[in-house]
Design a protein around this ligand. Structure first.
Ligand code: UT7
Length: 330
């Protein structure tokens, strides 16, 4: 079957900070337990950026890994698309800072703010620029230092999030059957405040008051997002398979956004897909938002769990609310 957008992953890379924080860390000062966290989320530990690290460092490490696998140098890249909810600075884009840090040419570089759907949004964008001839070698990333905007005094979010980065280099494919067979994306802005950071933007600039009221940290209606994700994830996968005329049996691996193991298991169960064909790494990294799919895809490729020619489905949802899916023949 001919791909809708004939692209090829010529390299992937990921990076997670060294510091591991097990659930027990939170039980020392919050009213929570390892048992609650494991049962309700599937998380056992997460990685946290070192004091001298931030999103750019994670992106740089993941990019170098992807370049090494592709056998390319930074000068070969001609577009950077960087998905993040935790940019290095509010201004300019982290993509521009990454361009200089890597030593790329003066190529276009921009960030995408689609939260946990960011990696798939970035991939769909990359495919468009390749298709229309505006780029040949695209570096795309999902990269987050989420613990920097997480309120560590709020047990509803503190236990959930972690830091990391996933990168990929995509190019036009010479094989017309490889690439994105089908993709869907969308957003429901009426639920923008289901996950949001109230202060630090133009609506509520940072001030001593906003800091005192902890408004620079993420606020989340966890249950509402949970219900949204559980009803949406499996139908998005089913519709995307349908778009491509591909049967569930043909799918080598489902790579869902790692937000909560129960959400992932529920989607797999509703689809009738065994968990042996679902990528899970939330136990080790927590929810890393835009980074989670990139991390999981890189792990699956490096472990040999997927190989060229396999069909892989990416599916994500997150703040916005946003969602996106992509069925890929690797
Ligand atoms: O990545 C995209 C953005 N975010 C998400 O995808 C998050 C989606 N939501 C979730 O993963 C889940 O809703 C959570 C893990 C955040 C919460 O799990 P839940 O099963 O939906 O719990 P809940 O919010 O319904 O709360 C149940 C109880 C509450 O206590 P009461 O009111 O029943 O007494 C919470 O206060 O659990 C309490 N609770 C906790 N208890 C122990 C909330 N957080 C904790 C905690 N430890 N860390």
């Amino acid at each position: 079957m001919k791909a809708r957008w004939a692209i090829e992953f010529v390299g992937t890379g990921s990076y997670a900070p060294e510091q591991r924080v097990p659930n027990d860390h939170f039980t020392s000062y919050l009213d929570t337990s390892d048992e609650w966290i494991v049962q309700r989320t599937g998380i056992r530990e997460r990685r946290i950026v070192a004091p001298d690290q931030s999103t750019l460092a994670l992106s740089e490490a993941a990019s170098h890994a992807a370049l090494a696998e592709a056998g390319l140098t930074p000068e070969d890249i001609d577009l950077i698309i960087h998905a993040t909810a935790t940019p290095e600075h509010p201004l300019p884009s982290t993509a521009c800072e990454l361009q200089a840090t890597l030593g790329c040419r003066w190529i276009p570089a921009f960030d995408i703010a689609a939260a946990c759907s960011g990696y798939v949004y970035a991939l769909i964008n990359a495919a468009q620029f390749i298709q229309c001839g505006m780029a040949r070698t695209v570096l795309l990333l999902g990269s987050e230092s989420l613990t920097r905007i997480t309120d560590m005094e709020d047990r509803g979010t503190a236990i959930l999030f972690g830091d990391g980065a996933g990168a990929a280099i995509v190019r036009p494919s010479t094989d017309p059957e490889r690439g994105i067979l089908a993709a869907r994306w969308g957003a429901d802005g009426s639920r923008a405040k289901a996950v949001y950071v109230p202060a630090g933007g133009s609506a509520e600039p940072s001030s001593i008051r906003t800091v005192n009221e902890r408004l620079h940290y993420m606020k989340m209606q966890g249950r509402a997002i949970y219900k949204f994700a559980v009803t949406m994830m499996h139908s998005l996968v089913a519709e995307t398979l349908d778009d491509a005329g591909v049967k569930l049996d043909e799918l080598a691996l489902l790579i869902p956004h790692q937000s909560n193991l129960r959400i992932i298991e529920s989607a797999a169960q509703r689809l009738g897909l065994g968990m042996d064909r679902v990528a899970v790494n939330i136990d080790r990294y927590g929810n890393t938002s835009a980074a989670s799919i990139g991390l999981a895809l890189d792990e699956a490729r490096k472990e040999g769990r997927v190989k060229p020619g396999d069909l892989v489905m990416l599916v994500a949802f997150g703040a916005g609310l946003t969602w996106a899916s992509a069925l890929i023949r690797l």
